[in-house]
Ligand binder design. Structure first.
Ligand code: PSV
Ligand code: MN
Ligand code: MN
Length: 385
């Protein structure tokens, strides 16, 4: 149990700045009370999530959604609040110029603009002390014949190589894949295999990030996790849950068993060891539920799945597996999943001087009432000041 608690204490879950802003679907963005008006206030909200869970000490930024004049000052502000800047997420998907793609666009001018933005994100990493750049490309085509699929891979490789060469000591980039959307016929980085192949070619500072909402229904995500971790190419996760496509619902809400299976492969592959650099990030939007409690709940969901994964009796599992005991092995696995780990986590929090129930403690803190009174005119998640 001591080992399990130590592993849980060492786990860090990163929350995304965009989870704190107003969000919605393409049909409607709902406005909530007390929503941050600028990146400084987003960090203040993220600091609350850390204060009540004790395991969310970093916040991911999305550029230019979190554009500020002085990034070193923003990082200082984060430190003053007891948190740090996590991954810098690039955004080459919201300019009119990117209609036909960003780094794979047939136009050299647009490709230059997109790559320059990625390089600017590395400058922001330098200024904030962030060690991770996250790259997601909305690039692809809607119609057969629209562009040369193979040439687009060449353009992608060229841009990635330029960004890779710009990375400093201790910096890396994570390449994100997504099955479809906004491109519908062919996406330029549609799957882990494509991301992996580019990363292998580039070298150790390029790794793959698994967004749990970016696969076809029924995909065995834990297999992908096991494979990438074995190859040293699992850079981290964008956690969220989905019922249909890229729903960005709270992680562990739709399918807690899948989250457990993923976390088991992380534990099995040594991915909880901070040395491996596996980043546990959330990539979510809280469209209809309150945002800070939504993040607290999500962090707790990842922590619960991790605790269950750590509880798997690996020795008993290995014995059953080596004996070909199909039902015995499965029972060991299910025993851990069916264990109620909430008392263990409450105990762990109390040992760290935290309230045993973060949701209740936050609700009682009065923070929401304070921001609802103070902040008027909060921003949409994607277009923060
Ligand atoms: C794309 O769907 C994605 O998962 C990428 O990580 C983006 O950066 C993020 O969503 C936020 O829109
Ligand atoms: Mn993502
Ligand atoms: Mn997504």
């Amino acid at each position: 149990m001591t080992d399990i608690k130590a592993a849980l204490r060492a786990q860090h879950i990163e929350t995304p700045s965009w989870a704190y802003g107003n969000s919605g679907t393409r049909f409607k963005v709902f406005t909530q009370q007390g929503v941050p008006r600028d990146p400084y206030e987003k960090l203040a909200d993220a600091a609350q999530v850390h204060a009540f869970t004790g395991i969310a000490p970093t916040v991911a930024l999305h550029i230019p959604w979190d554009k500020v004049d002085d990034y070193a000052d923003l990082a200082r502000h984060a430190r003053d609040l007891g948190v740090g800047i996590g991954a810098i997420n690039s955004n080459v998907f919201q300019d009119d110029d990117y209609m036909l793609g960003s780094v794979t666009n047939p136009s050299a001018r647009v490709r230059r603009k997109a790559t320059d933005h990625l390089l600017e994100c590395v400058d922001i990493m330098d200024a904030t002390g962030s060690d991770t750049l996250k790259l997601w490309f909305s690039d692809g085509i809607n119609y057969p014949g629209q562009d040369d699929i193979r040439a687009r891979q060449d353009r992608l490789a060229e841009s990635l190589a330029e960004v890779y060469d710009r990375l400093g000591e201790g910096q890396r980039f994570l390449l994100e894949y997504k099955l479809f959307e906004p491109a519908f016929y062919a996406t330029d980085v549609p799957d882990w295999g494509t991301a992996y192949a580019h990363c292998v070619k580039l070298g150790p500072k390029a790794q793959v990030v698994v967004d749990t909402g970016h696969h076809a229904p029924g995909t065995n995500i834990e297999f992908i996790v096991a494979f990438l971790l074995r190859e040293g190419k699992l850079g981290g996760f964008d956690f969220n849950s989905r019922f249909y496509a890229d729903d960005d619902l709270m992680v562990g809400a739709a399918d807690p068993f899948q989250l457990f299976r993923i976390m088991f492969e992380v534990v099995r592959g040594g991915g909880l060891d901070p040395e491996t650099g596996v980043a546990f990030m959330l990539d979510q939007c809280h469209n209809i539920e309150p945002k800070i409690p939504g993040q607290i709940r999500s962090v707790m969901n990842v922590q619960e799945a991790t605790a269950k994964a750590l509880l798997v009796d690996r020795e008993a599992l290995a014995t059953a597996q080596s004996e070909g005991d199909v039902l015995g092995a499965n029972a060991v696995f299910m025993d851990a999943f069916n264990t109620d780990v909430r008392p263990l986590l409450a105990e762990l929090r109390e040992e760290s001087g935290l309230a045993p129930d973060p949701m209740a403690a936050y609700a009682k803190s009065g923070y929401f009432e304070k921001i609802a009174a103070e902040r008027v005119g909060g921003n949409q998640a994607g277009w923060g000041a």
